[in-house]
Design a protein. Structure first.
Length: 149
């Protein structure tokens, strides 16, 4: 099996069997974002405690890339400090935008989404959940809504 095929399987697995999907009880932050261009939507629920991501879940609908990316992100950030999570956001966005080589990004399973960089219209799909995360971590409010830019 080629690396591309393996990456495709990882993405499809997260799309078909998303991890951490569903509402989180007593979140400290809720972020709802929409991509008006393609219709992808996400509601991200975060429980932040003492500068760490204690719990994270999401609800959403959209293409396989947006939903798989959200599923993979929730696994990657649990237990991370806010600084580590924000740094992960920047590395991921750099990788899918083609600004950071996969080898430099050092993102583990998230590297399965690097192929998105070849399809500019799909980049917003891949980063929707990550934009929601960034807005949630940087917000002083408990509820944030908006559209991806």
């Amino acid at each position: 099996m080629s690396l591309e095929a393996l990456y495709r399987e990882v993405i499809l697995d997260h799309y078909r069997s998303p991890r951490n999907k569903g509402r989180l009880e007593d979140p400290t932050v809720v972020v709802e974002l929409k991509n008006p261009v393609c219709g992808d939507e996400i509601a991200l629920y975060l429980k932040l405690d003492q500068g760490r991501v204690e719990a994270v879940r999401f609800e959403g609908r959209g293409c396989s890339i947006s939903q798989a990316s959200a599923s993979m992100m929730t696994q990657a950030i649990r237990g991370k400090s806010l600084e580590e999570a924000l740094e992960l956001v920047e590395r991921f966005k750099g990788m899918v935008r083609g600004e950071l080589a996969v080898e430099e990004a050092d993102l583990g399973d998230l590297e399965a989404l690097h192929g998105v960089s070849k399809f500019p219209v799909r980049i917003k799909c891949a980063v929707l959940a990550w934009e929601a995360l960034k807005k949630g971590l940087e917000s002083d409010e408990s509820r944030v809504t908006g559209e991806v830019e």
